[in-house]
Design a protein around this ligand. Structure first.
Ligand code: AMP
Length: 361
C-alpha cells in the first residue's frame, strides 16, 4: 500500500464517538475525513469535512462516498457486510474478512479457537429445544447472547440457574449460550498492525463492567493480567496475521486462575484503549490512522506509572465539567451527544500519574 499524502481523504463508516476520535487524530496528521452512517445522532459529523447520512443499503450514496475517499475504514463492527461489499475492496482497511468473522459470535469463537484461544464453554442455540439442550450441556449460571448485533451488554440474558431459564423467552434469532466465567479481572489486548505486518501492542488495562458495559480501565492491571498477557498477545497476533489485518484490533479476555479465557473480538479501536490518548506514546486512534494510511507506526509505550479511564454515562455528563476542578489533572472527553440518555456513553475521563498506585488517589 502506498503512503497517503497529506490532504488525502479517509472515509469512516459509522458516526459515533470512535469515529469522532479517529477523525480528530486524522485531522492532526493533515488528512480529512468523510463519514457515512444512517440518520441519527452522528457526532463524528462535527469533525468531518463531509458526512453522508444515508441508509447502509443506499448503493448510489455509497458509490458517491467512495468516489470522494482514498481509503475507507469503520468505527462500528455492525456495519452490514453488504455495505462493505458495495465498496471497492482495495479501499478498505482493515479488509472485510475481519468484519465477517467478528459480526457473528459463533464464527468469531471458532475462528479464534483455531489459534489456541480458550472461550467459555458454549453451544449454538436456534430455538427453545436447543436452549434446553445447551442448558443441560453447559449448565448454569450462563449467558444467552444473540449471535449478531449485540454490543455493550445488549442482546444478552443472564441465567442464574436452570430454573431461572424458564423466565427467558428465546429471542427467535441465532444465539449462543455460554457458561459464566469465574474471572478475577477482565482485560483486552489492543494491537495495531501495518500493511507490512508489523505489530505493536499497548499495555493491557484491567477493565471493569457495569451491566455489560465498560465502566473503567486501569493500569497497572495487576499480577494476574500481567502473567497472562503474553499468551493472549500470542493469540491476538496470530488472529491479526491470519486476517492480514491493517489497523487497530482488540481481543477481550477474562483472566481466570486457569489462564486467559477469550471473550470477544472487536475489529476496531476500543473503549478500553481510550486511556492511550494521554497515557501512551501514540494513541490507538492515531496509530489506526497511521496504519491505514501507510505511515510508520508510533510507539505504544505507556508514559505514566498509573492510569485510570472512566466512562461518563447518561446524565452524569451534565455535571462532567465539575470534574475539571478535581486534583490530578483529569483529562475530560465529551462526545457532544444531543441527549444524555440512561446507559448511553457520553464521554470519558482519564487520570494519569507518575506515582504508583491508583491514578485517581
Ligand atoms: P460481551 O458483550 O460479550 O463482551 O459481554 C459484556 C460483559 O458481560 C463482559 O465484558 C463481561 O463483563 C460480561 N460477560 C459476558 N460474557 C460472560 C461470561 N461468559 N462469563 C462472565 N461474564 C461475562
Amino acid at each position: 500500500m502506498r503512503t497517503l499524502p497529506p490532504g488525502s481523504t479517509i472515509g469512516i463508516l459509522g458516526g459515533g464517538q470512535l469515529g469522532r476520535m479517529l477523525a480528530v487524530a486524522a485531522l492532526q496528521l493533515g488528512y480529512r475525513c468523510i463519514g457515512y452512517a444512517p440518520k441519527g445522532d452522528n457526532i463524528a459529523r462535527d469533525v468531518c469535512t463531509d458526512f453522508f447520512e444515508n441508509d447502509w443499503s443506499d448503493t448510489a450514496a455509497l458509490a458517491a462516498f467512495a468516489a470522494k475517499c482514498d481509503v475507507v475504514t469503520w468505527e462500528f463492527e455492525n456495519v452490514p457486510l453488504s455495505t462493505v461489499h458495495a465498496l471497492p475492496e482495495t479501499m478498505l482497511a482493515p479488509g472485510p474478512k475481519a468484519l465477517e468473522v467478528a459480526q457473528d459470535r459463533l464464527n468469531e469463537k471458532s475462528f479464534v479457537e483455531g489459534f489456541g484461544a480458550q472461550p467459555a464453554p458454549y453451544k449454538r442455540v436456534e430455538d427453545d429445544a436447543d436452549f434446553a439442550r445447551a442448558l443441560e450441556m453447559v449448565g448454569a449460571p450462563g449467558i444467552l447472547k444473540t449471535a449478531r448485533d449485540g454490543y455493550d451488554g445488549k442482546g444478552q440474558w443472564r441465567v442464574a440457574s436452570a430454573h431461572d431459564a424458564d423466565g427467558i423467552r428465546f429471542p427467535g434469532v441465532a444465539c449462543v449460550y455460554e457458561g459464566m466465567v469465574d474471572f478475577e479481572t477482565e482485560f483486552s489486548v489492543i494491537l495495531v498492525r501495518g500493511y507490512d505486518g508489523e505489530i505493536r501492542f499497548w499495555d493491557s488495562t484491567a477493565n471493569t463492567h457495569d451491566s455489560g458495559m465498560l465502566s473503567s480501565s486501569i493500569l497497572p492491571a495487576g499480577p494476574l493480567v500481567e502473567a497472562q498477557v503474553d499468551a493472549a498477545r500470542g493469540i491476538a497476533g496470530q488472529v491479526a496475521d491470519a486476517l492480514n489485518y491493517v489497523g487497530v484490533l482488540t481481543l477481550e479476555f477474562f483472566a481466570t486462575k486457569a489462564g486467559p479465557v477469550f471473550n470477544e473480538m472487536a475489529p476496531r479501536v476500543h473503549n478500553s484503549g481510550h486511556w492511550s490518548i494521554e497515557g501512551a506514546a501514540t494513541s490507538q486512534f492515531e496509530n489506526h490512522i497511521r496504519a491505514i494510511c501507510g505511515l510508520p507506526l508510533g510507539g505504544t509505550e505507556t508514559r505514566f506509572a498509573s492510569i485510570e479511564m472512566r466512562n461518563i454515562i447518561g446524565k452524569d455528563a451534565l455535571e462532567a465539567h465539575t470534574l475539571l476542578a478535581e486534583d490530578g489533572e483529569p483529562h475530560l472527553h465529551l462526545y457532544g451527544k444531543a441527549e444524555a440518555r440512561e446507559g448511553r456513553k457520553m464521554g470519558h475521563v482519564t487520570r494519569v500519574s507518575h506515582e504508583a498506585g491508583p491514578a485517581s488517589a
